[in-house]
Design a protein around this ligand. Structure first.
Ligand code: DP6
Length: 328
């Protein structure tokens, strides 16, 4: 059972209500609730095999040995599986993305969702979905959400050990099949990763306390808007959550700015499209890409207009996707 190579795929998700901050760094417990949509089109594929003859985990990204930092994060995650399923075997892991890594397209979310799904299957599926969501979250706070398709929530949780800080599905994609157009403005790796950025903001941003407090209200407003399929209400609350997160970053000392000039042009473009009657709003993560969320009937027009904004290298159109799953 332990040496069967197993592959899983997972899609990135994008948060409409943002996770930014940790209430416990060691357990990677989020300081805020977050709510996301899982996308199709973008895919991480990960294969895992636990092997007798390895003396350490071997991690490849795009068929090359992974950097030390990523290898350690993968190994820490796999060690939890070893403890919980009582094996001492190390694993060979191969992971690849069909999109740029670490550029604000949530590669760590799909990466760790695919990893826990493949590792569990390779060990004969000893862990249930709740436990996989806890392990994915511990590896990366946005990863638990990518275990689920459609609309997912990552609960902040209240307990010190994080047992109630799990992700789960709120609605499947068919509840409200929104579309997303991603405008890529740069494929360079970001200078400061999310984990470091969050810790820096918590330490130095004067808006930190307000940001964390606001999360409870924002999550309820977003759930109500999605339940009622109220696009205007979801647009308001999502843009507010996104811009509040970036305000926290920009007010930190020294300041943290993930946008480039094209990101700002895109924000204005989305606002004027909405003014002209298209159902579209934006969200932006810890990178310079803009994600335009829209109703399916407006997606083609939104994509055409975003393509023509100065500095946009290309666009990627996505529907809502499914959760992580074993493929072989
Ligand atoms: C801006 O999940 O990458 O995309 O838990 O430190 O791995 P770690 O952080 P990560 O942070 C994602 C932050 C965000 C917002 C979001 O996805 O909610």
């Amino acid at each position: 059972m332990h040496n069967k190579p197993t592959s899983a795929i997972a899609h990135p998700n994008i948060a409409l209500i943002k996770y930014w901050g940790k209430r416990n760094k060691a357990l990677n417990l989020p300081a805020t609730h977050s709510l996301s949509i899982t996308l199709n089109t973008l895919v991480t594929t990960t294969s895992v095999s636990f092997l007798e003859d390895l003396s350490a985990d071997q991690v490849n990204v795009e068929h090359q040995p992974a950097d030390v930092n990523f290898s350690q994060r993968v190994s820490t995650c796999l060690s939890q599986f070893r403890t919980l399923s009582n094996t001492r075997l190390f694993a060979k892991v191969d992971t690849s993305n069909n999109f740029p890594t670490a550029a604000g397209l949530a590669s760590s979310a799909s990466g760790f969702a695919a990893l826990v799904t493949a590792a569990n299957a390779a060990l004969g599926s000893p862990l249930d979905t709740r436990m996989l969501a806890l392990l994915a979250r511990q590896a990366s706070g946005s990863a638990g959400r990518s275990l689920f398709g459609g609309y997912a929530i990552q609960h902040r949780g209240e307990t010190n050990n994080g047992s109630d800080s799990f992700a789960e599905q709120l609605w499947p994609a068919k509840h409200w099949p929104l579309e997303v157009v991603i405008a890529i403005t740069s494929t360079a790796k970001k200078r400061i990763g999310s984990s470091a950025g969050m810790l820096h903001c918590a330490k130095t941003s004067p808006y930190w306390g307000n940001w964390v407090e606001q999360s409870d209200t924002d999550i309820s407003s977003a759930k109500a808007a999605i339940e009622a399929r109220d696009f205007a209400a979801l647009a308001d609350i999502s843009e507010a959550s996104c811009l509040a997160m970036h305000a926290v970053m920009q007010a930190s000392r020294p300041w943290l700015l993930y946008w480039n000039a094209a990101t700002v042009e895109l924000i204005h473009a989305v606002r004027s499209m909405r003014g002209a009657g298209l159902a579209v709003f934006f969200t932006i993560d810890a990178g310079p890409q803009l994600k335009a969320v829209c109703l399916p009937e407006d997606a083609a027009a939104v994509e055409a207009q975003l393509t023509s904004v100065a500095g946009v290298k290309r666009t990627i159109r996505c529907q809502l996707g499914t959760g992580a799953r074993v493929t072989s």
